[in-house]
Design a protein around this ligand. Structure first.
Ligand SMILES: *[C@@H]1O[C@H](CO)[C@@H](O)[C@H](O)[C@H]1NC(C)=O
Length: 216
C-alpha cells in the first residue's frame, strides 16, 4: 500500500469509529448476562450458551400500570439487562412510563442511551435542553400515537397534561442506559454536596439549599 493510501485508510478507520460510536457490536449470537460471575468486565460475563433458555430473553407484565402514588405522580417500569439477561451486549432496552393526571417524569438524563418515546394513552408535554452555552429548550405536546426523540445524554422530562392517566413506551439505545435524575444527583447525593457550594451554584442562600436537600 502506498503511503498516501495508508494515510487515507487510517483516516477512514478513524472516521468510521467516530461515526459508529455506540455499544460494542456482539461477536456471537448472544451473550446472556451471568450477574453471578466474579469476573468484572464492561457489561456482564456471558452465561454458558448451552445453558441458555427462552426465559433469558423474556419479560412479562408490561401491560400492568405502574403505581403512580408518589410525590411526582409517575412510575417507570424498566426492561433492561437487569430484567432480561439476554439483552447483554445487544445495545437496546425499553421501559413503560405511567403518569397520573399532571404527573411528571422529573428532568433526568441517560448517560448511555438515546431514547425514542411513543404515547400510547393520554397526552404528554415532553422536552429536552441542548448543551451549554445555548441551553435551548426543545419542547412539544404529544398525543396518543406521537413519537419523540431525546438525544443521548441530554437532560429531558415529561409531564402528563391531561386529566386522565397517560402511558408511554420508550426504547433506549443501550442494554443498560442508566438514569441520572438531576434533582436527586445534585440535592440528594450521599454524602451531600456542601450547601454553600450549591448556594453559590444556584445563586440562593444556604437555608434554601438545606430546605431542598431535606426533600431528597
Ligand atoms: C401504591 O403505592 C402507595 C404508596 O407507596 C401504596 O400506599 C399503595 O398501596 C400502592 N398501591 C398498590 C395498588 O400497590
Amino acid at each position: 500500500m502506498a503511503a498516501s493510501d495508508f494515510v487515507l485508510f487510517v483516516l477512514l478507520v478513524a472516521t468510521c469509529s467516530i461515526a459508529f460510536a455506540s455499544d460494542p457490536s456482539p461477536l456471537q449470537d448472544f451473550c446472556v448476562a451471568d450477574p453471578s460471575s466474579p469476573a468484572l468486565v464492561n457489561g456482564f460475563v456471558c452465561k454458558d450458551s448451552k445453558m441458555v433458555e427462552a426465559s433469558d430473553f423474556f419479560f412479562s407484565g408490561l401491560h400492568l400500570p405502574g403505581n403512580t402514588s408518589n410525590p411526582v405522580g409517575s412510575k417507570v417500569t424498566p426492561v433492561t439487562v437487569a430484567q432480561i439477561p439476554g439483552l447483554n451486549t445487544l445495545g437496546i432496552s425499553l421501559a413503560r412510563v405511567d403518569f397520573a393526571p399532571w404527573g411528571i417524569n422529573a428532568p433526568h438524563t441517560h448517560p448511555r442511551a438515546t431514547e425514542i418515546l411513543t404515547v400510547i394513552e393520554g397526552s404528554l408535554e415532553v422536552g429536552f435542553v441542548t448543551s451549554n452555552p445555548e441551553n435551548n429548550l426543545i419542547r412539544k405536546v404529544l398525543q396518543k400515537g406521537d413519537v419523540f426523540v431525546f438525544p443521548k445524554g441530554l437532560v429531558h422530562f415529561e409531564r402528563n397534561v391531561g386529566y386522565g392517566n397517560a402511558v408511554a413506551i420508550v426504547g433506549l439505545s443501550s442494554q443498560n442506559p442508566g438514569v441520572i435524575t438531576i434533582g436527586n444527583a445534585v440535592f440528594g447525593s450521599k454524602p451531600a454536596i456542601a450547601d454553600d457550594l450549591l448556594a453559590k451554584s444556584f445563586q440562593v442562600d444556604t437555608k434554601t439549599v438545606d430546605w431542598i436537600q431535606s426533600k431528597f
